[in-house]
Design a protein around this ligand. Sequence first.
Ligand SMILES: CC(C)(COP(=O)(O)OP(=O)(O)OC[C@H]1O[C@@H](n2cnc3c(N)ncnc32)[C@H](O)[C@@H]1OP(=O)(O)O)[C@@H](O)C(=O)NCCC(=O)NCCS
Length: 179
Amino acid sequence: MTDVVVEFVRLEDVIAIRHQVLRQEQPRSSCYYPEDTYKQTVHFAAKINNQIIGSASLYKESHPDFVLKQSWRIRGMAVLEAFQGHNIGTQLLETCINHAIKNKAEVIWCNARIDAVTFYKNSGFKIIGEEFELANIGPHFLMAKNLGIHIGQTRFIEIAKKLFRKKSSVPIPQPKHQA
Ligand SMILES: CC(C)(COP(=O)(O)OP(=O)(O)OC[C@H]1O[C@@H](n2cnc3c(N)ncnc32)[C@H](O)[C@@H]1OP(=O)(O)O)[C@@H](O)C(=O)NCCC(=O)NCCS
């Protein structure tokens, strides 16, 4: 799809897309997330002819079970249904990743809806841990991408799984290279 522009926008500009794509059955007020108030939060919108057709938000935030310095989190990743499957989500995602890298991120993560797992995998995110349920939304996976230059992806997943093993009684599958 041509002439898609991805740029910084204000919080108010992403609420309608969040509501329409991610939380249609819930009140509009549920589309304001606590992280929106964080100091380093940024919001991106994909626009065609100045109309917003997708959005994503990026927060400087560690996962509670996955505390690494310089963690950034993606939330509110959404593209209007009529525009899905045309690489617009990937442009938003890559913009978030690049912003995180510019800000010295070591890891970028999200809670991914099951339907969006392949989308994130395509941009290098890995599943960490087991499937879990988010109330009113459905099943999710924690997914993360290593942006640090000092540890490889395999080592990164090992560390992440160890952290999870401490917290969880659910057995976690071993990384492929140890199988
Ligand atoms: C998830 C979402 C943000 C992805 O955005 P998108 O613009 O549809 O994503 P992309 O087009 O960049 O890539 C998604 C898929 O389209 C495919 N694709 C890319 N360009 C394409 C094209 N020109 N024609 C057809 N398919 C294409 C990709 O290969 C990918 O397919 P796959 O996931 O089956 O491997 C969007 O589908 C969405 O808003 N979904 C509903 C809300 C949601 O689940 N959000 C994520 C919350 S965690």
